[in-house]
Design a binder for this molecule. Structure first.
Ligand SMILES: C[S@@+](CC[C@H](N)C(=O)[O-])C[C@H]1O[C@@H](n2cnc3c(N)ncnc32)[C@H](O)[C@@H]1O
Length: 326
């Protein structure tokens, strides 16, 4: 049995595997996004002193970020995904690339932590969605991270192929922010499950109007704001420091389109979704559409909102500016 690999080897192996067999079975990596989240996670690993608590990878998908945490010696990782197929692939991948790390099959987070005590490292994968995770109100994490689906669900999806599901989420009314997965993330995990010194990081794409406009759906000439302003509007969150400028936050760019994902099924859904969203004014004007039928060339910017909680009892945070750059 091979020994557990270093991160650079794991990263290369995952990317190679996805390019060879992943696309066929519905997996893909948006490299700009994985890199941005990985940079922020590296910042967490270098600065956090709370490694007694588990790290939570929400929407683990390809297990890329779980693999990063584990191969950089993070002791305990809990990885969840709404898609059972993604969980099957993710477990298998970690088993092959990081075989020395014990995987558990325990249905409750506290039992996993207790039973894995004494082991240097352990991981547990759960076919859970965010709601199910959020039911554990008293359980604390040192890190919670989420690279959420980026498009609204204008089409019915199946769970068969991870990528096909990974870009949508059930959302009945996109104009109500309470249906937004990011609203739910901060309303639950950020409020309940972080201690002073815990980190939370999440991709914010500037195409979803809730995430980028100060008063979404109200104006044709909207004011665009940093995510901390959105969180202040949604909740009673307080920030100790100033955010970086809007343009600096949205420093990453990604391209959408069938050609880009090299997956006809997912590509078609993407294209139809984007067209529908643009026609109905659901997406922000910061999405730059392409004239091209395949929509290759349509792009938007994103940033990673990286926060450190600064109080055990109150919703106070420090904004970690720029940790996802580089
Ligand atoms: C954009 S992918 C990110 C995958 C991987 N973490 C990465 O960065 O490459 C989003 C993932 O979130 C999962 N997901 C979607 N909705 C979810 C939910 N409500 N709860 C948990 N996971 C969800 C999808 O199945 C998908 O694997």
């Amino acid at each position: 049995m091979p020994n557990t690999m270093e991160w650079n080897d794991v990263k290369t192996s995952i990317e190679k595997e996805i390019s060879e067999i992943g696309v066929e079975r519905g997996e893909f990596v948006v490299s700009a996004m994985t890199k941005a989240v990985a940079n922020a996670m590296n910042y967490f690993l270098e600065h956090s002193h709370e490694q007694d608590l588990p790290a939570l990878d929400i929407g683990t998908g390809t297990a890329y970020h779980t693999a990063l945490l584990l191969s950089k010696k993070y002791p305990r990782v809990i990885s969840v995904d709404i898609n059972p197929q993604a969980i099957t692939y993710a477990k298998d991948r970690i088993n092959r690339f990081l075989p020395d790390i014990k995987q558990f099959e325990i249905g409750d987070f506290q039992s996993f932590v207790t039973q894995s005590e004494g082991l240097e490292q352990a991981v547990n994968f759960y076919n859970y969605d965010l709601n199910k995770v959020a039911q554990n109100k008293d359980f604390k994490y040192a890190l919670a991270s989420f690279n959420p689906p980026i498009l609204y669900p204008f089409h019915k999806v199946t769970y068969e192929k991870p990528a096909t599901n990974g870009v949508y989420f059930e959302n009945e009314d996109i104009k109500d922010e309470r249906n937004d997965l990011l609203y739910q993330l901060y309303d639950t995990i950020a409020k309940n499950n972080l201690k002073k010194g815990s980190h939370i990081l999440c991709i914010w794409a500037n195409l979803n109007r809730h995430l980028v406009e100060k008063e979404p759906f109200k104006s044709n000439d909207p004011e665009y704001v940093h995510p901390s302003v959105i969180l202040e509007n949604w909740f009673d969150f307080e920030f100790e420091n100033e955010p970086e400028p809007f343009e600096d936050f949205y420093c990453h760019k990604t391209v959408l389109g069938a050609g880009f994902f090299n997956q006809s099924e997912t590509g078609k859904l993407y294209s139809a979704n984007i067209r529908h969203g643009i026609e109905n004014d659901y997406y922000s004007k910061l999405l730059i559409p392409s004239e091209d039928e395949s929509l290759a060339g349509t792009y938007f910017n994103f940033g990673v909102l990286h926060l450190e909680k600064t109080s055990d009892n109150e919703n106070k945070f420090k904004i970690i500016n720029g940790s996802s750059k580089g």
